[in-house]
Ligand binder design. Structure first.
Ligand code: UTP
Length: 301
């Protein structure tokens, strides 16, 4: 079955990003001038998603507002002739009726947040995007995964290589036969000790899952960190269904961490024709040497 629905869990507390996330959801922090959640929604639209399901929590109402129309603002932009800004706002929005929101009443973990979407997703395969992970990739990571899904069906997980010293912070997969664009996953484990990790390939926040995962999540007890983990449920689903790994082309930024967020801002700013010139001048003033790519963009201006 074609994947039409994407789930965006946005109910986490964002404790790694306090105090910014005390009253504001981390998904609304901006990378340059777009909220982190917008990057994930854009990626899903590019991959052909038509139904956007957000699992929200307290303090997250602003995410719903972000994906709604703002008539007063639109009229003001029109009256002032700011038509480009207006067109951009309209283009960012999913169409009427394409978004759904539900609440995770308690932040019991990512697996529990996904389970909260079960009624909205129904009995169909769906994509799962963790919005804190922002990718610089062409085509987008979910689109690369859809290509693998068209071939293999089943469940698909995006992976990337990390330093062996970092494996204990992530879900790790064991790699079987097949190319980077679609290989068999033979095992997975959440946050293993370095010496027990089956590889250095981490699960990087993008999944295509079959609906049977919901039944398993419903039976799931707490795992690593006292949270209901999606990896534990996927491990059990592996007994019955195929899991394919895609080592995607591109790079990720963990915008749930301060360092990843700052790096994303620099990387995306240096790619923007309207910002790179001024931004590189400021960086130079701070005494930093610029990469060749940024110099080219700023010279072109
Ligand atoms: P994280 O572990 O990165 O999010 O979960 P967190 O718990 O908000 O962050 P820290 O570690 O305290 O800083 C990955 C994704 O799962 C969602 C988060 O919103 C994030 O998109 N999540 C996590 C939920 O929706 N509910 C939860 O109970 C936990």
């Amino acid at each position: 079955q074609r994947v039409r629905t994407a789930v965006f869990p946005v109910a986490g507390l964002g404790t790694r990003f306090l105090p910014a996330t005390k009253a504001m959801p981390k998904e609304m922090l901006t990378v340059v001038d777009r909220p982190v959640i917008q990057y994930a929604v854009d990626e899903a639209r590019e991959a052909g998603i038509e139904h956007f399901v957000f699992v929200t929590g307290r303090n997250k109402g602003v995410i719903e507002d972000h994906f709604d129309r703002q008539f007063e603002l639109e009229q003001t932009l029109e009256a002032r002739g700011k038509l480009e800004a207006l067109a951009e706002l309209q283009q960012d929005l999913p169409s009427a009726g394409q978004t759904s929101f539900t609440r995770q009443q308690e932040p019991l973990g990512l697996g529990h947040a996904v389970w909260c979407a079960r009624e909205l997703v129904g009995d169909r395969p769906f994509a799962l995007l963790l919005p804190d992970m922002v990718f610089k990739s062409r085509p987008g990571v979910l689109k690369q995964m859809m290509q693998a899904y068209d071939v293999a069906g089943g469940n698909v997980i995006a992976v990337e290589e990390v330093d062996p010293a970092d494996v204990s912070s992530y879900g790790i997969v064991a790699r079987g036969a097949g190319p980077d664009t679609g290989f068999e996953i033979t095992a997975m484990v959440e946050k293993p000790r370095r010496e027990e990790a089956p590889s250095t390939l981490i699960i990087s926040g993008r999944y295509i899952l079959q609906p049977e995962i919901f039944t398993l999540l419903g039976e799931q007890t707490k795992g690593a960190g006292g949270e209901i983990q999606i990896t534990d449920a996927m491990q059990r689903l592996m007994d019955r269904q195929r899991f394919t790994g895609v080592k995607y082309q591109g790079r990720s930024f963990d915008c749930g961490s301060k360092i990843g967020f700052l790096a994303a801002n620099v990387a995306f700013a240096l790619e923007r024709e309207d910002i790179a010139g001024g931004f590189t001048a400021e960086i130079r003033k701070l005494g930093f040497v610029l990469p060749e790519e940024a110099r080219r963009v700023s010279a072109k201006r």
